[in-house]
Design a protein around this ligand. Sequence first.
Ligand code: C2E
Ligand code: CA
Ligand code: CA
Ligand code: CA
Length: 278
Amino acid sequence: YLAKRGGEGHAVFTPVTQPRIAHLTLESALYEALRGGQFTLVFQPQVRVVDRGLIGAEVLVRWTHPDLGVISPAEFIPLAEATGLIDGIGAFVLRAALSEALTWPAPLRLSVNVSPVQLRHPQFTGRLAALLAETGFDPARLTLEVTETAFINDLSAVTGAVRALRALGVRVTVDDFGTGYSTLMTLRDLLAHELKIDRAFVRELCAPGRKGSQNRAIVQATLGLAQALGLQVVAEGVETQAQADLLAELGCPVMQGYLIAPGLDAETFRQQFLNART
Ligand code: C2E
Ligand code: CA
Ligand code: CA
Ligand code: CA
């Protein structure tokens, strides 16, 4: 693999060697990363659209490779899923994020991305329950984010897990809503608490002409659907005040994005968002 700099300051892998060997190299690098403490977490604030009041944060994992620098989860999560390392990485993320969020005042929430591969693990909810009991973190302040496409591939296993999570009192959100295949069916069958409007729709919200009006219509319809089904809504990828204004006008309650802040290390998040609050 050759590393070159990609968007958002992440390294991007370009396969130049025999793919299977490269795959093995990356797999052992991932294993080393987990053992060697190369994973860290950043926290992206989620705020009310109308007054920017803090609701909580989504935790995002970062891999700092000793030679390659910061590698995007979009690059390594798929490989971690394919190799089973996702269970270890996911367990690290949950434990570290929960212990950080324990220092936040209630009712601030923590949102954690979980892979469907993790959800399918028979011990996932049992281990999460143990972790919640051990740390004393209020399950009602924890939201798990699952991508919509994930639901589709293995709907029955995932709905089973979601049911168990609901029983624990943990919230579930359908991430990247509208970009998967079976949007309405997943919403009907999943009993999620929340949906996240994908940033693809938010990005084009203020585009001129037909493109903009189509995206506004999609966001509006999504908000109406969520309301009818009793679901919370978060808009992701909000980058401009114009987008935030439009979201406010359409009645979207919560947002996150570079307009407010990118993912911040725990210390910076506390300084900029928690100290300011009190
Ligand atoms: P996602 O859950 O949809 O996360 C949103 C991604 O958009 C994040 O990229 C975030 O840094 C980025 N982002 C946030 N605000 C903006 C914005 O205003 N504009 C733009 N252009 N981008 C924005 P990131 O951190 O590289 O994560 C990529 C994906 O990797 C995530 O997509 C999620 O699916 C996955 N991921 C991240 N952390 C974890 C984790 O701990 N576990 C699992 N299983 N997956 C994770
Ligand atoms: Ca997410
Ligand atoms: Ca998302
Ligand atoms: Ca995504």
